[in-house]
Ligand binder design. Sequence first.
Ligand code: HEM
Ligand SMILES: *[C@@H]1O[C@H](CO)[C@@H](O)[C@H](O)[C@H]1NC(C)=O
Ligand SMILES: *[C@@H]1O[C@H](CO)[C@@H](O)[C@H](O)[C@H]1NC(C)=O
Ligand SMILES: CC(=O)N[C@H]1CO[C@H](CO)[C@@H](O)[C@@H]1O
Length: 399
Amino acid sequence: MDWIKKLSLLTVLLCIYIALTNPNADTMRKNSPSVLWFPPPSRFTRNLSSRLMSWPQPYDGYLNGVDSATRDSAESLEYDYYRESCPQAEKIIRETVRQIYGVHSGVAPALLRLVFHDCFIKGCDASVLLDSTEVMNAEKDTPPNETLKGFDVIDVIKAEIEEVCPSVVSCADILVLAAREGLLMAGGPFYPLSTGRRDSTHSYADLATYQLPSPYGDLSDTIASFGSRGFDEREIVNLLGAHSIGVIHCKSFQSRLYNFSGTNEPDPSLDVGFLDLMRSKCSKSVSASPSLSPAPSSSQSSFDFSSLTSEEPGEVMNYEGPSSGFGTLYYHRLLQGKGVLYADQQLMVGEETGSWVRAYASDVSLFRRDFAETMMKLSNLQVLTAPNGQVRHSCSKAA
Ligand code: HEM
Ligand SMILES: *[C@@H]1O[C@H](CO)[C@@H](O)[C@H](O)[C@H]1NC(C)=O
Ligand SMILES: *[C@@H]1O[C@H](CO)[C@@H](O)[C@H](O)[C@H]1NC(C)=O
Ligand SMILES: CC(=O)N[C@H]1CO[C@H](CO)[C@@H](O)[C@@H]1O
């Protein structure tokens, strides 16, 4: 009996060794900034060895509220799926995002938000990237998608990849991988992602209009929206930590300041000092107030992404700067009643969500570990895999 145990232990160790030394797989990258992804304790890592050999697989709890097709598809993703068909793909994505980040740090929040909008509507199938056609209204042309950015970034990456391996790497994979690189550059945690997602042929404008959570949603709305996709309260509080970076434009919170729910009064839950501050940044008529977006970088730069250099006024969320603990200040501000969006501040209304806000505010490494985990889960939501879907040649057009 004993030798059987020893043999299986040896096999396990060998698998771990192979996983860690695979040159194309960036499982534990040595020089990634600050925090390496590592399986956090408790519910995430019941079993480190099986975890290491089966990254693509979601952990328990993932499946709550998600149909079985989803489970099967997420499990048919593969680690380093393009190792033979396009071994350069992940490197091209990483390097392009890094170069762009050097001139436009706004690329990180832009891609992160794009993943959220893609994965929430019919799964991570790049449906958010499609343009409208004569017969189809696209998700990107619906109200919740106003100010979505980063489409041009995806196009640049896709074009570079198409040069070396045409029609092999899906837009859906490019999007989640690029967002991960951007997050890393912005000081966020690393997380491993498996690949093999395929692209949809359709974009779901109706779903995007009604199913994306509203910035004016009550806590119960937010919980319902995320809950139907298998996210619990802890994960909701955690994912909204994405609002640590990027820009929120006046439009998205203006009626909180002047005319909340048609009352002609500000949101009564707003602290008076904070209300004044927000009003000074965001006047009643939006166009008159100054821009608070990060200064657009030099137009001489080789990357001139119009979508990343918005001139509209808004509230910059990354008070912290890229090197400080990504996430902390967002939660501290909620504790002080200074959430920018109504939906953000609502997290303090619930007992359980409120306690997670406190937990993350006081333990940044807990936040980062959970964030790595929830981003994996978000990036694996209802993916399309072969033989379904397609690989687009241009991300904005069905092949
Ligand atoms: C209740 C859920 C959510 C609501 C209501 C919401 C709403 C919004 C709104 C209104 C904006 C500002 C858009 C603008 O004014 O330009 C925004 C920005 C952003 N959201 Fe969310 N969001 C939610 C969840 C998430 C999640 C889950 C993520 C990612 C994991 C995310 C990532 C971002 C990022 C990074 C930005 C900044 C975008 C940029 O600067 O380009 N959000 N969100
Ligand atoms: C660890 O994972 C292996 C493979 O999935 C499984 O056979 C084993 O029972 C697990 N051990 C524990 C303690 O969960
Ligand atoms: C306040 O909002 C309500 C409903 O959205 C609208 O009917 C009303 O005209 C607004 N008041 C002002 C002063 O803009
Ligand atoms: C980035 C983008 O495509 N935004 C679109 C969002 O939807 C509105 C219509 O509601 C379009 O006008 C925007 O162009």
